[in-house]
Design a protein around this ligand. Structure first.
Ligand code: ADP
Ligand code: NA
Length: 319
């Protein structure tokens, strides 16, 4: 069996949503059968924009519990800031990247736009991300469109470091991730459902009543008639999103002809999918021993795996 290594980081930048669950956490859980997975909580990445310390700490704790609740405790779950090699390798890679290269990154220019004072960590974020990837010697990095430029930079830095100081890093290949469900905001189905808790965003830990209320208020359209319940991404984004969510949660739209019935089916399917996670998470939060054990064990393994790579890079660069 192929036990290739897989790395995936999830930034604790807000409370996790149904989108994060269907698009990231559930596929991460499925991946465990095929690969030796490292699943990181990238708390350092959450420091690149204005943040509140107490909220960050609470978000990290909740994310760890959710990751265990969806079954990721069969993998190496770690906290990025507790694996010192991440920040230390980033420091070394800052010596092979130019300020010009970082200033040209589209995400930096987009996120920094209109912000009065931009943190330097936002500029250097792609270097920390390069360290995240290179430390685990990943051979393949599945990368979505928004991160392509950063992974391209990671490849450039790895190759440049190797050419200048010796062959330390595995230069990862970029692969296209399987197209998963892309969940749109229920209140504005033209934008992605995201961690910023808008009224149209369903939290993984929302209770059934909250889910029912949010789905009931989901934007639809004024179509009536027997074929109103049909997918059409351009003309009917709200209905298309509800149909996608229903299918992703194992429900069926067969025989459904009204928006009311569709919303009832979506509510039932989402509640059935999320309720076991919410219950398990509540148990885990009541007695945090298991979550702490999982994270401590995972963090120790992440340290053990990354230390030799950092040591090789430090030696090669002359430290
Ligand atoms: P967010 O937009 O919630 O801050 P991120 O951009 O940090 O989330 O993404 C974390 C992971 O969750 C990524 O793998 C991303 O593809 C997935 N993800 C986030 N939002 C959605 C969504 N609405 N639908 C599907 N997947 C999503
Ligand atoms: Na993010």
């Amino acid at each position: 069996m192929d036990r290739s290594r897989r790395l995936s980081l999830l930034t604790p930048s807000g409370r996790l949503t149904l989108g994060n669950y269907l698009g990231a956490l559930r596929p991460m859980a499925e991946q465990q059968a095929r690969a030796d997975c490292f699943y990181g909580i990238s708390d350092l990445h959450a420091l690149t924009v204005a943040h509140d310390p107490a909220t960050l700490r609470a978000t990290v704790a909740e994310q760890a519990a959710v990751m265990v609740a969806v079954g990721l405790d069969r993998s190496t779950v770690f906290v990025q800031s507790r694996v010192p090699a991440h920040a230390r390798l980033a420091q070394l890679l800052e010596c092979v990247v130019t300020t010009g290269e970082l200033g040209r990154m589209i995400q930096f220019r987009t996120k920094g736009r209109g912000v009065a004072s931009t943190r330097t960590s936002l500029l250097t974020y792609p270097v920390l991300m390069a360290a995240d990837i290179l430390l685990y010697r990943a051979e393949q990095v599945p990368v979505g469109e928004d991160q392509r430029q950063h992974v391209e930079l990671t490849r450039d830095l790895a190759a440049r470091f190797n050419a200048t100081y010796g062959p330390v890093f595995t230069v990862p290949e970029m692969t296209t991730p399987p197209v998963g469900a892309r969940v749109m905001d229920l209140a504005d189905p033209t934008t992605k459902m995201s961690k910023s808790s808008t009224p149209g965003s369903i939290g993984i830990l929302d209770d059934p009543d909250t889910i029912r209320r949010k789905v009931a208020r989901a934007v639809t359209d004024s179509d009536v008639g027997p074929d109103a319940v049909r997918p059409d991404r351009d003309a009917k984004p709200g209905i298309t999103n509800l149909l996608d969510v229903l299918a992703a949660c194992g429900g069926s739209a067969a025989g459904i002809t009204t928006y009311g019935a569709l919303k009832a089916a979506v509510t039932d399917a989402v509640v059935a999918e999320l309720e076991p996670v919410r219950r398990r998470c509540a148990e885990l939060v009541a007695d945090r021993t298991h979550v702490s054990d999982v994270v401590d064990r995972g963090t120790a393994r992440a340290c053990a795996v990354t230390e030799p790579v950092l040591a090789a890079a430090a030696a090669a660069i002359g430290l």
